[in-house]
Design a protein around this ligand. Structure first.
Ligand SMILES: Cc1ncc(COP(=O)(O)O)c(C=O)c1O
Length: 367
């Protein structure tokens, strides 16, 4: 927020800003989905209160997608809930299951909603789970406290771009079962992966257990502004989330929910459809240009296999680096904003076209 305020001032001064700050796709929603939203909006039936759990046919579409994409079978009535974006469910799951004073394991660096919107707003205690480059940004399961109520984990990872193996997910789900910890797996970037990497679902890597997984259309289909996502998994966890939601919201607008069906039906099997692959191609090219440019400037960075983020080690406090960048008209996010262990890094979201990335690299070179 501090950076945003500074950016606003710079823009007001007429300074040209290249913004790699927020993970908000600059590419448009695929036209077929936009058309479907319009079509659904024309139907007065869709102007009414939706169900806060999600319309039955929409839950069915999510279950069908899980079968196609991950070969995971779900009961659409008991094991699927539609969300107003993944963030909403990630925050509300704590309201449903975490009591004041209980411990919640939160990756650090990590998506801030785990420790703040989820944990702190429930008067619970966030426990930092360091994810470090020496361990490929995976947590050390053997060193985690076993008395926590809930454990958030997210791969492909924001902010590091790290990815996970099925084997690791097996270990994480087993650890949660053994310690009776609720496992919240955030798979927001499951479809945004590069090279040959295909992201698994944690649900495909466990034998039951108290696991809930979060998904969203935000990044896959460039739909951040529509606010639509879902959570799937253990029926008791899904029921708890539905119960909280029923008291807080009235569900995602029906015309958005129903358009989600069209988006998910674009998948014929596990393969990502053309519209998604077109996006991936764009982000992969940007990633490559950025990595090559940063390396030419002397930075050490590996191309991430997932997400549209680049997590760059810098040789000064991250806030100071971000400020210097801002003076050159470039916005990146200081790593410390993602937690204590994010210090010394900055995050770039490659939400700018290649020409702007090249311009930013030139500015950095001059600096
Ligand atoms: C790791 C992670 N999870 C969840 C979300 C939530 O996305 P949305 O609420 O748009 O579905 C984001 C968004 O940036 C994210 O980075």
């Amino acid at each position: 927020m501090e950076i945003e305020e500074k950016v606003r001032k710079k823009r007001a001064e007429g300074i040209d800003i290249i913004d790699f700050g927020i993970g908000d796709p600059d590419l448009p929603t695929p036209p077929a989905i936009v058309e479907e939203v319009k079509r659904q909006l024309d139907d007065p039936e869709n102007h009414r209160y939706p169900s806060s759990s999600g319309e039955p046919e929409v839950r069915r579409a999510v279950a069908d997608w899980y079968k196609k994409r991950f070969n995971v079978s779900l009961d659409p009535d008991g094991e699927v809930v539609i969300l107003i974006g993944g963030k909403e469910g990630i925050a509300n799951i704590c309201r449903a299951f975490v009591n004041p004073g209980e411990k919640v394991l939160c990756p650090d660096p990590g998506y801030p909603v785990y420790s703040q919107g989820g944990t702190l707003l429930s008067d619970a205690v966030p426990i930092k789970v360091p994810i470090r480059p020496e361990k490929n940004f995976l947590p050390d399961l053997d060193s985690l406290p076993s008395d926590a109520r809930l454990f958030y984990l997210n791969y492909p990872n924001n902010p590091t771009g790290a990815v996970v193996t099925k084997e690791f997910l097996w270990r994480a789900t087993t650890w949660c079962t053994e310690t009776d910890t609720i496992f919240c797996y955030d798979n927001a970037y499951s479809e945004m992966t590069f090279d040959d990497y295909v992201a698994p679902s944690a649900l495909g890597c466990c034998q039951g257990g108290r696991l809930i997984e979060f998904g969203t259309l935000s990044k896959t289909f460039n739909m951040t502004g529509y606010r639509i996502g879902f959570a799937v998994g253990d029926a008791k966890l899904v029921a708890g989330l539905k119960k909280v939601k029923a008291q807080i919201d009235s569900g995602a607008p029906m015309f958005i929910q129903k358009a989600m069906i069209k988006a998910l039906e674009m998948y014929n099997g596990a393969e990502r459809p053309q519209v998604v692959m077109d996006n991936i191609k764009v982000y992969q090219e940007r990633r490559n240009v950025m990595v090559k440019g940063l390396r030419a400037l002397g930075y050490k960075i590996d191309p991430p296999k997932g997400t549209f983020y680049l997590w760059l080690r810098v040789d000064m406090p991250s806030m100071k680096f971000a400020e210097k960048m801002l003076n050159a008209g470039i916005v990146c996010t200081p790593g410390v904003g993602f937690g204590e262990f994010g210090e010394g890094y900055v995050r770039f979201a490659t939400t700018q076209p290649v020409a702007r990335i090249e311009e930013a690299l030139e500015r950095m070179a001059k600096m």
